[in-house]
Design a protein. Structure first.
Length: 467
């Protein structure tokens, strides 16, 4: 029989939920229910015989690690050890080896599943007041993440070809689908930085389940090719994106809807896109009826003076040109969400030394991000705010500060602490600065060390030969 009893596992699940401010009976606080965790553990076969680092305790430690400013295994193990001793339970070893081995045993599918389930739960609970024109809008955007320069990582996620061997770092491409209403991650895809079918659009097409009929896909111009718009339109998904740089907008053509607003016909390209099979290509319509809206950017300091938005939303009465321009401007929220992941949660430079653990580390970051977004949604709902008005960094700092006290508290004291946590998060507002501009330059200079222009091992040998 496993060493972990049902009662002990239930207590550990409750600790996991408390760490990320999950409280029963409250709106938006049931995204990580005990039943959801139990079901995921069972169906993803996250079971093993272990006296200390059970699957639940390992999951809690992993999520705490990626949500920590330090992010080291040593600090994580110390935190677990202190928690076990304070509860009179069998302490774990102060060494990191047992925790790292237990982390390797966690199924990657478990983290992916919990990521998707928590994201969708938050997305579906978003009230009508948070939606755009009553529609559920999902933003897709891509970025890259770096990782330790190990042979295994280099083989799975090679560094860019422009970098000299031994000087660069393995690089992976990540595409994320965010909910515009509450900022949660609905799904994500990780792939190589370069090679066939490794682009952002290819990774997004692999996330077919992230977009449902009736959704609105909001994206930049990289996603506005004929094939991609036809692909999503066929699935009942509307698209709002910036016009692709290879297309030109001629407002003298098509059916005029208003100033700088018209409907045009895009003809299916004669050559089938390389990523599309023949059957899919033949099934797509010969023409697409699309709307193009030219938006003039009048704010001083902005890099772009004119933006052309292309969309499948043809009803000018329901979706005015001004509405579409405002919606496309909200696409910037995806950049802010990626910044929260990469800067606030430290996902920009990963720590794991094997491709399998790199992937788990990414999913753990996204899951922790969703759980923080859940508490932000609850704080916004209670204080009648929009979640986008709240600071992610402020919420993360408040949760980090309150977590240990919540783990110790019971009864009325727990409820009081929880209320104050939500009040604290609700007070962390982001500035309303829609026209703020900043130079893309740094004032603080880095240390004036020379660049490393040869592999570190070779440079070390040269230093040793001089002594």
């Amino acid at each position: 029989m496993p060493h972990s009893t049902a009662g002990r596992r239930a207590r550990q699940i409750e600790t996991l939920r408390t760490q990320f401010a999950q409280a029963d009976g409250l709106p938006f606080a049931d995204v990580l229910t005990a039943e959801r965790v139990e079901t995921a553990l069972r169906e993803e076969q996250a079971t093993w015989r272990e006296a200390v680092f059970t699957p639940v305790l390992t999951l809690w430690a992993f999520l705490s690690q990626v949500a920590s400013a330090d992010g080291s295994c040593r600090l994580t193990v110390s935190r677990v050890l202190a928690w076990l001793v304070s509860r009179g339970q069998t302490p774990c070893s102060p060494k990191t080896d047992p925790y790292c081995k237990a982390r390797q045993r966690l199924p990657e599918a478990l983290l992916q599943r919990l990521l998707r389930e928590t994201g969708q739960a938050l997305h579906r609970q978003s009230p009508a007041g948070w939606l755009w024109q009553g529609r559920r809008v999902k933003i897709a955007d891509g970025t890259t993440v770096s990782m330790p320069d190990t042979p295994a990582n280099q083989a799975a996620y090679p560094q860019p070809a422009t970098q000299k061997a031994g000087l660069g770092f393995p690089l992976a491409r990540l595409v994320v689908v965010f909910c515009l209403a509450c900022g949660t991650t609905l799904d994500a895809a990780l792939g190589r930085y370069q090679g066939k079918e490794t682009g952002e659009t290819a990774l997004l097409r692999g996330l077919d389940g992230a977009l449902e009929p009736g959704d609105v896909l909001l994206a930049d111009r990289y996603y506005s090719g004929w094939g991609d718009i036809a692909w999503w339109s066929r699935r009942g998904v509307d698209v709002v994106a910036r016009l692709h740089q290879r297309r030109r907008c001629d407002l003298r053509r098509g059916r005029r809807l208003g100033r700088d607003d018209h409907v045009v016909i895009w003809v299916k390209p004669a050559a089938r896109p390389g990523w599309m099979d023949e059957a899919t290509y033949q099934a797509l319509p010969d023409t697409l009826e699309l709307r193009e809206v030219r938006v003039r950017v009048t704010q001083r300091g902005f890099r772009t003076a004119v933006v052309v938005v292309v969309t499948t939303l043809l009803d000018a009465q329901r979706y005015s040109a001004r509405d579409l321009a405002s919606l496309y401007r909200l696409r910037w929220q995806a950049e802010l969400d990626l910044r929260s992941l990469k800067v606030t949660l430290g996902m920009d430079v990963l720590r794991c030394k094997s491709p399998a653990m790199v992937r788990k580390e990414v999913w753990a970051h996204l899951l922790a991000y969703n759980l923080i977004r859940g508490v932000m949604a609850q704080a916004a709902d209670e204080q009648e705010l929009d979640p986008r008005e709240l600071s992610f960094a402020g919420a993360w700092q408040a949760m980090t500060t309150f977590a240990e006290r919540l783990l110790e508290a019971e009864g009325q004291r727990f409820e009081d602490l929880y209320d104050w946590l939500l009040l604290t998060i609700g007070a962390q507002r982001v500035g309303d600065r829609p026209d703020r501009v900043e130079p893309r330059a740094r004032k603080r200079r880095p240390k004036s060390y020379p660049l490393l222009t040869e592999p570190r091992a070779e440079a070390r040998k040269k230093l040793q030969s001089k002594s």
